[in-house]
Design a protein around this ligand. Structure first.
Ligand SMILES: [Zn+2]
Length: 329
C-alpha cells in the first residue's frame, strides 16, 4: 500500500462534520445588467441599469437623469399615485409603472437591487414581467451573508370599496408561504370566454413560466381616449393585448388562455412587493387594482398586531420551494 492510499483511507474514515443548518439568505444580482425601452405613458426612451446592492438595501430606484441623483426606496408610503400604474416618489422625484419590474423581483426572489433609471417611467418592454425576469436571471442571482427578512401576516386584514355590482376588495391572511388568488369581472366578449379567476402559489417555482409572461391589456376605445390626453403614447400591439369590441387584435392571440387574470396576479405581486420585503401570506382579491393593493399594504402596516418580521435560520423550515425560487429557471 502506498502512502497516498493510506492517506485516502484515513480521509474516508474521518468522522463527518456535524451538519449546520443553512440560513435562508438574502439575494441580489451577481453582475450589472442593462435594458433600453420606452415608457408606456410618456413614450420616451429610457435606460435601466440594474446593479447588485448590499444586504438590507431593499429595492431602490435611482433617478440618474436629474442634476442631483435621487434615491427612491420601496416602502408602502413611497406610492403616491395609482391611477394608471403604481408610481413611487420621494420629494419631487418620481418613477411611474414600477409594478412589472417589482413583480419580477418578487417572483424570482431578489431582495436587494439598485435600479438606475434615466426617466420618470420604467420601460414597458413587452408589457409583461418576462423581459425583467430574463434580465435578472441573465445577470445571475448571488446569495448574501444576511438572513432574508419576511413580513409574516399573523391576522387577516381586508380593504373594500364600492357596493353591489361595483364592489371590490383585497385581503391578506396568515399562510406559511405566499399564494395569491384573484378574480376579475370584465363583461367583455373576449374576457368572458377566458378564465376570470386564478390561483398561484409562489412555492411552486413556476412564476417565470405561468405568471411572468402575462401582458397588460387594454381596449382600442380606451387607448384612443388616453392618447387624446397624452397618455399611453408608448403603448401598442408590441406591449399590450389590445381588444376592440369583439376580438383580440394581436396577431399572435393570447399567451395563456387566462392571460387577463394572470396579469392581475402579476400586478398584485409587484404592488405588494413595494412594502420592501417578501410577504408570507395568502392574498385574495376581487376586482382589485393598484390603488386598492396599496391601501391593503397600508392597512396591514397600520395594525402592529397583524404582522411580524421573521427570518429562517434553517432553510428547511421555510415554506416549501422558497429556497429554490431563485434557482428555478
Ligand atoms: Zn400591469
Amino acid at each position: 500500500m502506498t502512502i497516498g492510499a493510506i492517506a485516502r483511507r484515513a480521509v474516508r474514515r474521518a468522522p463527518r462534520a456535524p451538519k449546520i443548518a443553512a440560513v435562508l439568505q438574502q439575494r441580489t444580482l451577481k453582475s450589472i445588467t442593462r435594458a433600453v425601452g420606452v415608457g408606456l405613458h410618456s413614450g420616451q426612451r429610457v435606460e435601466l441599469t440594474l446593479r447588485p446592492a448590499p444586504p438590507d438595501t431593499g429595492i431602490v430606484f435611482r433617478r440618474t437623469d436629474l442634476p442631483e441623483p435621487v434615491e427612491i426606496r420601496m416602502t408602502a408610503e413611497a406610492v403616491t399615485d395609482t391611477r394608471l400604474a403604481s408610481t413611487v416618489s420621494t420629494g419631487g422625484a418620481k418613477v411611474q409603472t414600477v409594478e412589472h419590474l417589482m413583480s419580477a423581483c418578487a417572483g424570482i426572489g431578489i431582495d436587494n437591487l439598485y435600479i438606475d433609471i434615466t426617466a420618470d417611467e420604467v420601460p414597458i418592454l413587452d408589457g409583461s414581467a418576462s423581459s425583467f425576469v430574463f434580465l435578472l436571471q441573465s445577470a445571475g442571482i448571488a446569495l448574501q451573508k444576511a438572513p432574508r427578512h419576511f413580513i409574516k401576516v399573523i391576522k387577516p386584514v381586508e380593504v373594500r370599496e364600492g357596493e353591489g355590482a361595483n364592489v371590490k376588495w383585497a385581503r391578506l391572511e396568515p399562510f406559511h408561504g405566499y399564494k395569491l388568488s384573484f378574480e376579475i369581472d370584465f363583461d367583455h366578449r373576449v374576457v368572458n370566454s377566458t378564465g376570470q379567476r386564478v390561483e398561484f402559489d409562489l412555492g411552486s417555482g413556476s412564476y417565470s413560466r405561468d405568471i411572468a409572461r402575462a401582458r397588460t391589456f387594454g381596449f382600442t376605445r380606451e387607448v384612443e381616449y388616453m392618447r387624446s390626453k397624452g397618455l399611453a403614447l408608448g403603448g401598442g400591439l408590441d406591449n399590450a393585448i389590445v381588444m376592440d369590441d369583439t376580438k383580440v387584435l394581436n396577431a399572435g392571440g393570447l399567451r395563456y388562455d387566462d392571460e387577463f387574470v394572470k396579469h392581475k396576479i402579476l400586478d398584485a405581486m409587484g404592488d405588494l412587493f413595494i412594502v420592501g420585503k417578501p410577504l408570507l401570506a395568502a392574498y385574495s382579491a376581487f376586482r382589485s387594482g393598484h390603488a386598492l393593493n396599496n391601501k391593503l399594504l397600508r392597512e396591514l402596516l397600520a395594525h402592529d398586531d397583524a404582522w411580524e418580521t421573521v427570518t429562517f435560520d434553517d432553510e428547511k423550515r421555510a415554506p416549501a420551494g422558497f429556497a429554490d425560487i431563485a434557482r428555478a429557471w
